[in-house]
Design a protein around this ligand. Structure first.
Ligand code: ADP
Ligand code: MG
Length: 479
């Protein structure tokens, strides 16, 4: 059996979070009624001229700096010509030979704990097309041009990725990065972040790349992984059966879990790229680049390193907490409010809090429990007012709007019982009502200790201080 190696390169489209479009003043907000946010420029009416949105350029420059790429002093907008109903001008304004950002890189973490550097060939600015709506119209297609002219940053990787998992790790890292930079909202359901995956295979050891297929428009990490895995298998089977891979565009069908041919290279468009005569070459000076550099926030990798050092967190914890800036900020605000105990804060942010957020598909920004409230709860664990287990109950009540930790603890009488005579009383009752278990325990069945602990905790409604219960029970059971 021949051993195969897969080769993957991603073209990621990140919708830039500008207020208006890349070449017009029309709004970019998502979800407006069809064709209410397309102006004469987006419609491609004769006689109009595009004007470049500086904010889009600033965002592209920030991205370039974040991946240690060159931000070009001079780049050129080109027309990419093709015919499609949702492209009223008959061409898309993009960048071709001279993109605004080139030659960067990104370090990804692999499953085995090692890292790998992935080259970023280029990132260029372009406008998005409109949308064709097939579902709402029987026998007809509707066109919504609200999206036409929305700024995109297309980020093209080198063919450095070697598995579907690596591709997903890379895409997730870019996703985290653009959100940190505040240049893209990363909303994949709304199409703000999507990618085309180029996939080929070659016999292991062969230097020359195999022929690639390009899978278009993948808008979830799961689809990226499945589509690439399917495509690798398809190409290997094809080659092992004596066939050849043809260069083509394919579509992933998530329902069938397979990729299907859309068009081959022969049917591919000849885009007849040429510099757009309506737009001057884009020139970026040092002051502009420096301003973009000043606007850079602490980047994900740097933050992760700092969390490991400053809070003594494991690489794993630090990575989870720095997945988004909001989550990281929430964690840091909690530690600050509590005045330390970073590990305890980390456990609660990644555990109960994230659990509730996930369950209700909420962002951290929408958490009904804010960092100072969470710190208020953790303080009561710290000073032994409540046990960690009771704290979960209190947290749930806080989440549901029952107020601060102290209020919930008082209202529900959840204060931990630390009075040893009260605990002893409970223990005595438990021992009295379980004479058989007591006898067995005393005749050597040590395992029954857990049974007694359980009974005492139950009788105290979970409020007895567990450590005291253990100590007192040991004494009492010994007789
Ligand atoms: P195009 O202009 O046709 O889209 P590019 O050369 O710009 O082609 O490459 C697009 C993407 O395809 C890049 O991400 C690149 O890394 C990737 N790529 C190029 N050749 C291969 C290959 N043989 N196998 C897998 N990916 C490839
Ligand atoms: Mg391409």
């Amino acid at each position: 059996m021949m051993e195969w190696e897969s080769v993957i390169g991603l073209e990621i489209h990140a919708q830039l979070a500008t207020k208006s479009k890349i070449f017009s003043g029309a709004a970019t907000a998502y979800g407006a009624a069809p064709n209410t946010q397309a102006c004469a420029i987006d419609l491609g009416l004769p006689g109009v001229l595009p004007v470049l949105n500086t904010d889009a350029v600033r965002m592209a420059a920030m991205f370039g700096l974040a991946v240690e790429a060159t931000v070009a002093e001079r780049s050129v907008f080109a027309r990419k010509n093709y015919f499609y109903p949702d492209l009223p001008k008959g061409y898309q304004i993009s960048q071709y030979e001279l993109p605004v950002v080139h030659q960067g890189h990104l370090i990804i973490d692999l499953d085995d704990g090692t890292t790998k550097t992935i080259g970023i060939t280029r990132a260029h600015l372009e406008e998005d097309a409109g949308k064709s709506l097939h579902e709402d119209f029987s026998g007809m297609t509707g066109i919504d041009l609200n999206r036409a002219g929305t700024p995109l940053l297309e980020i093209v990787s080198e063919p450095d990725l070697r598995s579907a998992k690596e591709a997903v790790a890379y895409m997730k890292k870019i996703h985290t990065l653009v959100r940190y930079l505040g240049i893209c909202d990363g909303n994949m359901q709304e199409g703000s972040f999507r990618c085309d995956a180029n996939v080929s295979v070659r016999p292991k050891g062969q230097e020359r790349f195999g022929t690639r297929a390009e899978i278009k428009n993948l808008n979830s990490f799961r689809f990226v992984e499945r589509a690439i895995e399917y495509e690798i298998e398809r190409q290997i089977h094809l080659l092992e059966d004596g066939g050849t891979v043809v260069q083509e565009t394919r579509l992933y069908d998530p329902d069938q879990g397979e990729t299907r041919s859309m068009r081959s290279k022969e049917e591919a468009n000849d885009y007849r790229y040429f510099p757009d005569p309506d737009l001057l070459p884009l020139s970026i000076d040092t002051a502009f680049i420096e301003a973009a550099r000043q606007a850079l926030p602490e980047l994900p990798d740097a933050k992760r390193e700092r969390f490991m050092g400053e809070y003594q967190l494991s690489a794993y914890d630090a990575a989870l907490l720095t997945v988004s800036r909001d989550l990281a900020d929430y964690f840091e605000a909690t530690v600050a409010a509590l005045g330390g105990e970073a590990k305890l804060c980390a456990n609660w942010v990644m555990g109960d809090l994230s659990g509730f957020l996930n369950k209700e598909s909420k962002d951290i920004g929408d958490s009904p429990v804010d960092p100072s409230q969470l710190a208020g709860l953790l303080r009561r664990i710290q000073d032994q007012t409540i046990s960690g287990k009771i704290a979960k109950e209190v947290f749930e009540a806080m989440w549901q709007g029952a107020g601060d930790a102290d209020a919930v603890i008082d209202q529900r009488g959840l204060r931990q019982i630390t009075d040893s005579s009260a605990i002893e009383q409970i223990i005595d009752t438990v021992i009295e009502t379980n004479p058989n278990q007591l006898a067995q325990y005393r005749s050597g069945k040590d395992k029954l200790f857990g049974f007694f602990v359980g009974q005492v905790m139950k009788a105290s409604k979970g409020k007895a201080n567990p450590q005291q219960v253990n100590e007192l029970l040991l004494k009492k059971l010994a007789g």
